[in-house]
Ligand binder design. Sequence first.
Ligand SMILES: [Zn+2]
Length: 416
Amino acid sequence: MKRPLVAFILLLVLKQGLAQNRQLVLQHVRVINVLNGGLSGEVTVTISGNRITGISKTARPLPGATVMDAKGKYLIPGLWDMHVHLSYYGAGALPMLVANGITGVRDMGGDLGQIDQWRAAIAAGTLSGPRIKRAGPFIDGPKSMNALRASFTCTPADEAAVRLLVDSLQHAGADFLKVHSRLPHALFLALVDQARKQHIPVAVHLPRDVPPQEAVLTGIRSIEHTESLLGDVIYNEEEAAREQHTAAALKKLYGGYARQLAISMAAKQIFYDPTLISLYRLRGTAYEETLGPRLLPVVTALHQAGVKLLTGSDFAWKEAGIRPGYDLHGELALFCKAGLSPLEALQAATIHPAECLYMTDSVGVVEEGKIADLVILNANPLKDIRHTKNIYAVILNGRYLGRDTLHAMLGKAGGE
Ligand SMILES: [Zn+2]
């Protein structure tokens, strides 16, 4: 090896080492414990590389550390959007998410190859974006709602095909599977059976001919969307008959049936991702525009029965009007409107996502040893959940992003 090359490699190794050991110190910050709503006094939080290495009243920064005075500020875990479609929106969503304090997302249907390129670039530090867990393609049935986006959708023809698909997605490294609304009943049962054998979690947009009570008993990980609890009502092509069907389905959901469903979901520890904000953003027929408020009591009932909620925005195409990052705060506000306390809403965006994704050893709380995906707020979100929008800085995988940096990122993304 030539000497200049050796020197160059040594420099790279040294730089890498320095990056890993770089210390970021937040002084005088108050830490929110999302497990119990506790609020610490002023402490010093030390971050080395991408990990939280200390939370104490006496810590002293190492020479060369970056020291930030966060007096009067509040530290929370980075937020998660548990229902996104990155491939539809494009890479422009990534800085919008980060600037809004979202440090992790669960991608619920998209182009696995493309998402993995973004994921690798984020891990390498060449692209700023949240941590990504992803399903890869939708698994759907005939007349798929996603037919226009065929490249993101698999429609297995029979039981053998569905089992093969589960195996191949597991082999491709999918973090979980995403079932959509047209998967036929028999194929749904084959899918969850094969997924159990392959130890891969299943997130479910309830198929129209699988009753919620039955789906709940199969061992799925999460149920997506509130309207999918209405059965096939929302997909009824007959506009005129829709209102009548909806009224009947809601009557059922406001009654004893819903209580039973909630009890089963809580007992089976199935997470529930209502994606309310997407319903509130629907613009079109009068039916669509009133659906959100009518479904709010369903979310209240499930929460009160002990079902763990997740925050998801369901952003996809730009034209649908759901804004990456910004609308996750709208989802948090709707959770409070449904009767959750600010702490409970915050849990749905932090610790519940960590539990749902089996990541409690690394994210979801502000604790020594955890990954430093954090948000520094100017005001206390336990008093008013709207304060999650009042962001002072974001710490992404140990990297401090102050207001100016976040603003510059949004400028590049063409965001707000
Ligand atoms: Zn979706």
